[in-house]
Design a protein around this ligand. Structure first.
Ligand code: ZN
Length: 193
């Protein structure tokens, strides 16, 4: 079965409390453009992620707000920041890397929250049934790109009726696969079980 492959650039998810510390009391996120996952969006807010070694400026905040603040970076970003972050599924931030986030009105220091996202396949229940997979399954995705075709192992399947079917990889993985060789055409990969 063919599935859409999307690259997630570094981004921040915030709690309401942290958003207000960083951007001011009563501040709310404004949608700039929707993401493929229903209800999720790129906001107009950008903040600085401050690591022990360097700062990465203007990191996009995704909406809506979440129950936990989380920063998703690539392994290259983690190295630039000067930290070691674990590879995790989104939301699983326990004992992940600490970081400082700086905004226009204030800053926060969190003891955990920086992760490198484990590559994953969002699926609707209909598509999961068609493909014969379920939440938690680990599959492979075969990506046929010019010069850098690759098979990604260790792709975790997540099924929900709130999802649209798409594989999410980070920018390191995307570059390793030459995934942006044609910016005008969506990239698809093949599920291998
Ligand atoms: Zn995702």
């Amino acid at each position: 079965m063919k599935v859409l492959i999307e690259t997630s650039a570094r981004h921040i998810h915030l709690t309401t409390e942290h958003l207000e510390i960083l951007c001011g009391k009563g501040f709310t996120l404004e949608e700039k453009k929707p993401l493929s996952q229903p209800g999720q969006y790129v906001s107009t807010t950008r903040l600085d992620v401050v690591g022990p070694k360097a700062t990465i400026k203007n990191v996009v905040v995704l909406g809506p707000v979440r129950p936990k603040t989380q920063v998703e970076v690539s392994m290259t970003d983690a190295r630039t920041l000067g930290m070691v972050a674990p590879i995790r599924e989104s939301g699983d931030v326990a004992k992940s890397a600490p970081v400082k986030i700086a905004g226009p009105r204030g800053s926060i220091e969190i003891e955990e929250g920086v992760i490198i996202a484990k590559r994953h396949l969002h699926m609707t229940p209909e598509d999961a049934k068609k493909a014969g997979v379920k939440s938690g399954d680990i599959i492979m995705i075969d990506v046929n790109t010019p010069e850098r075709g690759i098979i990604f192992k260790d792709v975790v399947v997540r099924v929900s009726d709130r999802f649209a079917t798409a594989v999410h990889i980070d920018t390191d993985e995307s570059n390793a696969a030459n995934a942006s060789y044609d910016m005008n055409t969506p990239l698809y990969g093949e599920i291998i079980k």
